[in-house]
Design a protein. Sequence first.
Length: 550
Amino acid sequence: MNAISIACEPHANVSVKRASAVVPQRITWQVWCFSLIAIGAWSAVIAALVSIYVQPAPRVHDEFSYMLAADTILHGRLANPTPAVWEALQSFHTVIQPNYASKYPVGAGLLVAVGMLLGMPLASSWLAVALMTVSAMWMIAGVLPKRWAILGGLLISLSPFIQLAWSQSLLHGFLPASGSAILMGGILRLRRRVVFSSALASGCGVGLLAISRPFEGLCCTVICATVLWFAWSRHKLWDRSKMALKVGALAAAPVLMALTLIAAHNQAVTGHWRQMPYQLHESQYGVAPLFVFEAPKLENAAKRADLPQVFHDYHAIDSLNWYRERVGLHGWLRGVNDALRELFKLTFPLVGVFAISGLGWTSYRLPRSLALAVALQVAASACVCWVYSHYLAPILPWILLLSLLSLRISLKKHSKLQTQVVRLAIFAVLLIQVASLVVFSGIAKTNEAELWSRRRQEIVEQLSAEGGKHLMLVRYTAEHNVLQEWVYNLADPSESKIVWARFEDGRWLNSLLKEYPDRSVWVIDADDSQPILEKFVAGSSNDTSDTSGH
């Protein structure tokens, strides 16, 4: 029996009768399995349909870095040798010495690799939203009847922000959100009885968090373990300790597998199994620190001879200015505010469920524990200098569960007429989600901020269709927007159809031409309103280089 029914035992029959007015009363095992598959597939289909309509293209630095990681994995390795003329091929969020690889944990690369195998990197996001939806439903079923889990799956699958932001990009929080849901689902079951399947599931959740977002995953794991410890408060301290050791032993296998993969990835990229690629990248390029209580690396602010101008602008100017807005207690509070705003967008439909439910949930232990867990995770995330929705991904399943718990608690206090009103209100929330998806899809399709990325993608498709191999020399103006980066390559530039390189007024030009002698060479002014390809001809007007010293 779930926690809410236990807490409200005298009213259990009334609660069940009134809850059944909102959703069906009985879900068989066969119907439950079908529901998991159907709603998961439904989530993926919605994401795919939105993609077909919007036609998104990779545009964020991280997305290109993830594709590098995926292509590296598909080449059967975790890192690549440093390419020739690497100075001109440097890209954001990639390590290029001593090895060439993405700076990010291996989880994102593994996921995007699946999409590449299917012929489209973005397909990985469609599969990932299905994974998150199914994980969230399984979590909810650990404390609420399965019919409520189905409602939760529908709310997630129709979420406007999730489907228009996360599933239309490679930069999303589906993996950490899935890990958090699996971990919390195991915790909810372990609080009643320690069994192998629940402990193993919790271990899988921890492993998924570790290979996707290590810092937020560690915070999430500690918070969930604390929730479980206090859920066992009816047991003596010695018994709780034995239960914790048993759970740790049962959950160890997937956690150790994840840690082994992380160590192997570290060794391949940095040469040291304890040093993460992210750490190496920040030591080489970073100026602003990751956390608000750290000092900036001002020694990296001086422009190096091998550092492209755009790197200096991004790391030593823009990022440092962003950090200065977030340093100290005042900056941390600003981070909390930013996190709450991101959470509001992320959980937009669930806000309506909260409004319907009222504050009756505050009288019960489990919802209070979930609310505290959300607050602690927000506080931890605000310690990072930048707050984005995918940083907050572990919180999403908890807010979903808290919303449904509060709704179910409120139903037992409603009259029959009020219950009908609640049913209509939930239906209205689902309709609002559908309408929002339609409206915001139209806005996303015409978003001018993404025109440059679509133009880059058009060039890739055009040159790929022409056949042959190409060298693309990218030229920026002094007013270039550092967030609109064109120079990205895959795992093996020498074998790629297109090599993207920085023109930089002729820096490294001769070396590039010698390294790639049999390629068609193009120049593109990326900051033009309508960037067009121009054939590169040495000594012509598009050759602005001073090659005498290079």
